[in-house]
Design a protein around this ligand. Structure first.
Ligand code: GLN
Length: 547
């Protein structure tokens, strides 16, 4: 029998509902349960694929090519779950389904309404997640209780709880308990109001997770319990931590999982938290650092590159190094070739992106990395930029460009393959989701993955134009990853370089704290060696000057 945990949020947004859901999932897995997590998003977009990263942050891509909310990234990083389209549902998608059915005449003349038609569709989507044999489905409801938008989702979980046996579904409410400096007190009133709102629509939380910046005194927890009609032992503190990977252990300390097991009538057998404990000790260890420059255009919005940030952190764990990430606006290299900041870096990364803004600056940054032999990693747009840079400055193709940035460049090194070849099997206008790639034996890529066939996730419209493979190869670019059908270039490398690799896919989506992605691991490894060599050179020069 599948059990359900519904997670709602109160008082304000950005409380970390996604991380809380992912951490609960991790703790249940540590007890041997199979977990799936689903995100319900109240907005009208059918999926976040059309939303600007400035507004919505990263679009997380799953193996099946779904463009989903970035919280799915947390779910995959914290648990063994492999997400798919069914793990993310938006109001837009629900309405689209219902309206399609209505047009088909499926409702047989009935008036189509929010209750029951929209709520039935939501419940069906929640149940679907539990169908492939998982023990617990955690459902995170986006938005804040009190928003008009999320009401149908809340109504659906209210109904669903009544449909299952007692003890098969629980509600957890994550709220904010602010610390008032002048009174030197944590205040419970906003939580009381938020729970009141929740109860007014028929939902009684079973557990309240109180996000707070200082430990929650028992007196405040008791007050919250009394006013919110919750057992005092079920009011838990979610105190701020300095690293997101410490949340599962912080929850475990509060017995969040033990209480959940009790509420869901699940045996609370032994839990194995050793992997999280090891991770925590690595985090707390005194470690040297490396400086990584990310040259892009959404750099003021780190949420736009959530998975990228995490993948770099994971690779740092593998090398026992802190990874200092420097977000560098590429436009700064466009006019003046002021590479001062880049000289401070131990490695340079150009991430994915769309549109022309900042592209010429990225080309300059790649040139700097290639010529100065600074470890370089180009991801998706970053690989395309690396190809353009190489074509222009190494292969003598001066007017090389992508047709994304220029209608008819002299040398269309990057182009939309779909304009010329019928590749319908790849779906709409974007190449989305997991595709296989074959690696050449003698390459940075093969060294990292230690196998010849890999599968990685994609999200792009443009491709490398194979007509330019020969001239670029002659000039020294290596094509070390190709799709098995031979159509797509997936990885390019520069051989005479400590580590220079561009990939058309997004490896960051598959990195986990315990199993860092091999490409990120080796990129950070190269940065560590680069830094070491740099400091050895510096001390040698110093010694020579002194003598
Ligand atoms: N804009 C490029 C394309 O569509 C790269 C996309 C990306 O980096 N995700 O092909």
């Amino acid at each position: 029998m599948t059990k359900y945990i519904f997670v709602t949020g109160g008082v304000l947004s950005s409380l970390g509902k996604g991380l809380a859901s992912a951490s609960i999932g991790a703790l249940l897995e540590a007890r041997g349960y199979r977990v799936a997590i689903q995100k319900l998003d109240p907005y009208i977009n059918v999926d976040p694929g059309t939303m600007s990263p400035f507004q919505h942050g990263e679009v997380f891509v799953t193996d099946d090519g779904a463009e989903t909310d970035l919280d799915l990234g947390h779910y995959e990083r914290f648990t063994r779950m492999v997400g798919s389209q069914k793990n993310n549902l938006t109001t837009g998608r629900v309405y689209q389904k219902v309206i399609t059915k209505e047009r088909r005449g499926d409702y047989l003349g009935n008036t189509v309404q929010v209750i029951p038609h929209i709520t039935d569709e939501i419940k069906a989507a929640i149940k679907k997640v539990g169908q492939d044999g998982c023990d617990v489905v955690i459902v995170e409801i986006g938005g804040t209780v009190g928003d008009i938008e999320s009401l149908p989702f809340l109504e659906a979980i209210r109904q669903l709880r009544l449909e299952v046996e007692a003890g098969d579904a629980i509600n957890i409410h994550l709220t904010f308990v602010p610390y008032l400096k002048s009174a030197q007190e944590l205040k419970s009133k906003p939580t009381q109001h938020s729970v009141k709102e929740l109860r007014s629509i028929g939902i009684q939380p079973d557990m309240i997770l109180c996000r707070c910046e200082v430990p929650l005194p028992e007196s405040v927890a008791k007050k919250i319990a009394l006013f919110c009609n919750v057992h005092p032992n079920h009011v838990k503190a979610a105190v701020d931590v300095d690293n997101i990977y410490k949340v599962p252990l912080a929850f475990a300390q509060q017995q969040v999982d033990t209480t959940i097991c009790k509420l869901l009538h699940l045996p609370d057998g032994p839990r194995d938290l050793s992997a999280w404990e090891t991770l925590q000790s690595i985090i707390d260890q005194d470690k040297p650092s490396v400086d990584i420059g990310i040259v892009g255009k959404y750099v003021d919005y780190p949420d736009s590159y959530k998975s990228l940030h995490e993948a770099l952190v994971h690779a740092g764990f593998a090398h026992r190094h802190n990874v200092n990430i420097h977000w560098i606006e590429s436009a700064m290299f466009e006019d003046a070739q002021n590479f001062g900041t880049l000289r401070e870096m131990d490695a340079i990364l150009v991430p994915g992106g769309f549109g022309i803004r900042g592209v010429e600056g990225m080309i300059q940054a790649v040139r700097f990395a290639r010529e100065n032999k600074v470890p370089f990693f180009g991801i998706c747009l970053g690989m395309q930029i690396a190809c353009i840079e190489f074509a222009r400055h190494k292969a003598g193709l001066k007017g090389a460009n992508s047709s994304e940035f220029q209608d008819d460049p002299d040398y269309k090194v990057i182009y939309k393959l779909r304009e010329l070849v019928d590749v319908d099997e790849y779906g709409g206008t974007m190449r989305l989701g997991a595709f296989d790639c074959e690696l050449s034996p003698d390459s940075f890529a093969y060294k990292a993955y230690e196998k010849a066939m890999i599968s990685e996730r994609h999200r792009h419209r443009f491709e490398f134009n194979k007509a330019y493979r020969e001239p670029l190869e002659k000039a020294g670019l290596k094509f070390t990853g190709i799709s098995p059908n031979g159509l797509f270039v997936e990885i390019v490398e520069v051989a005479d370089h400590p580590w220079f690799l561009g990939c058309q896919f997004h490896p960051e989506f598959k990195s986990k704290p315990f199993t860092p992605h091999p490409l990120f691991r080796d990129f950070i490894g190269a940065a560590v060696s680069f830094r070491k060599a740099k400091s050895e050179k510096k001390s040698k020069t110093k010694a020579e000057t002194v003598s």
